[in-house]
Write a protein that binds this ligand. Structure first.
Ligand SMILES: C[S@@+](CC[C@H](N)C(=O)[O-])C[C@H]1O[C@@H](n2cnc3c(N)ncnc32)[C@H](O)[C@@H]1O
Length: 194
């Protein structure tokens, strides 16, 4: 885990209204019993959908740096009587408070472009690799690199090729890229086996 202190800078809107959580989770093959990390979960609508798929033998780790979003997720999880979810407040540029080789599948939805523009990819992707099982899946979802709303400004958006290159450069093997909605694509990668 990194010890250097960084400040969490990019918040951003929930993609709840423009993305279908189940389509993403189906695309990565999430299954009953999986340990799943939603890295930069925001209000956690993807974590909530994942908790229904991994069921009681699995576990969902919903992680974000921004406490108000996590508060709303805690409320929604408690209203839905969800017991297989851990809500974790952490700054991923500093560290992810999970054990090595723990997680089967991790998604990062509308977050990676922020780390790319802040130049904090190395600490974050080193942590993602550490907590994933060898052969575990890391899927990045980003807005298409086009002008206009919804989504972040054009200059910080990443193309699928940009994301593939970033993942390859940081030690992941690309599995494939597909459209997952009107505005988004998903790049699937795996942590190399030892
Ligand atoms: C655009 S929002 C996306 C939220 C959610 N994934 C979605 O698609 O609705 C980006 C999220 O990343 C979180 N984030 C940004 N930097 C972070 C960091 N260093 N550590 C943890 N979370 C971070 C923000 O707090 C915010 O909730």
């Amino acid at each position: 885990m990194q010890t250097e202190k960084h400040t969490h800078k990019h918040h951003g809107k929930s993609s709840r209204g423009v993305l279908d959580a189940n389509r993403i989770l189906e695309s990565i093959g999430l299954e009953n019993g999986d340990k799943f990390l939603d890295a930069g979960c925001g209000d956690g609508y993807i974590s909530l959908a994942a908790s229904k798929i991994v069921k009681s033998s699995g576990r969902v780790y919903a992680l974000d740096a921004y406490e108000p979003s996590l508060d709303s997720l805690r409320k929604e999880a408690s209203q839905n009587e969800i017991t297989n979810m851990e809500v974790i407040q952490a700054d991923m540029t500093v560290g992810i408070p999970l054990d090595d080789d723990l997680v089967d599948k991790c998604v990062m939805v509308n977050v990676l472009h922020g780390f790319a523009s802040e130049k904090t990819l190395i600490p974050v992707l080193t942590e993602i690799k550490r907590i994933l099982k060898p052969g575990g899946t890391f899927a990045v979802v980003e807005f298409d690199k086009v002008e206009g709303p919804p989504g972040p400004s054009f200059d910080v958006r990443l193309s699928p090729e940009d994301v593939e290159l970033i993942l390859e450069e940081h030690g992941f093997t690309i599995g494939g890229t597909e459209e997952v909605g009107r505005y988004h694509y998903l790049v699937e990668s795996v942590k190399k086996e030892l």
